[in-house]
Design a protein. Sequence first.
Length: 341
Amino acid sequence: MKAVVVNRLARPELPDIPLLIDSELPDPEVKPNDLLVRVEAMAVNPIDLKMARAKQPPQGPERVLGWDVAGTVVGMGADVAGFQLGDAVFYAGSVLRPGACSALHAVDARLVGHKPSTLSFVQAAALPLSSLAAWEALFERMRLPRGSLQQPTTLLVIGGAGGVGSMALQLAATLTKLRVVGTASRPESQLFCREMGAADVVDHSQPLLPQLKALGLPLVDFVLCLTDPAPLMPQLADILAPQGHVCSLVEASADLPMNLLRAKSISFSWEGMFTRSMFKTADMARQGEILNEVSALVDKGVLKTTLRVDLGNINAKNVLQAHQLIGSGRMIGKVAMGKFD
């Protein structure tokens, strides 16, 4: 099958700079709980850049990236239930297995949802990873109340214009009664935050507290931090209300000064979207359930795709371009591409 792989041996003089190349690989092995999916589209995320640069590829010198997929079921293991051949599906999968930057991909069926029927494959491929991360952070880590509230409550999404941020804004704005505030530093990213559901937008390149006070929000109840939390900890301690909650997705660049949160009894949570698949938790199938909920909400018009850039077919050149867009730090929404040539 066709695939795009990271191959360090192709450029041994520069071992820390991965090279993406078009390649041919054997078709994947299908395990009893697996679906075999013909990849119709895939999106690229920061995890792809991180895995491309990892020094010890678990798959040998060639590594297949890609953990945001939409495709068609063309085979399945003996223990799979709830799917049929020909089903259109979408999922993020597991980083412990080869990614989906290949014509065919094997994935545990418990991690898979049915694709929204109102979206194209490319539009749908932009959703799984960011939807799962946002959903888990909001409703499972911070336990945000869905529906009515007994008192006004505020959520601040730091990094609202990215893939996870734009899904978190949509989910919070449509499924809760919270006042949702996003952060973005450029006019175009601020506009995107508002389009995704933010009632207000502040600039994360400037001190947050004065901007929140200007909005009549001296304190916020929940913070979803989608950037390095280490330099933000003093600000988080200032802007969070007593007994507030912060959830962070990004690995900290330094040990976190957790004592700053103690006086206010502020809770801190990590969200790792691949935790369930990496550790094969008892509730691993919850990811498939979440994706099916997201799919239904998309088809009802409640949620929309965050796709902003469609690069065309899957090939090494286009995947590299996607990596460059994400690595620039200026990407708004998601970048995806369709099937192989």
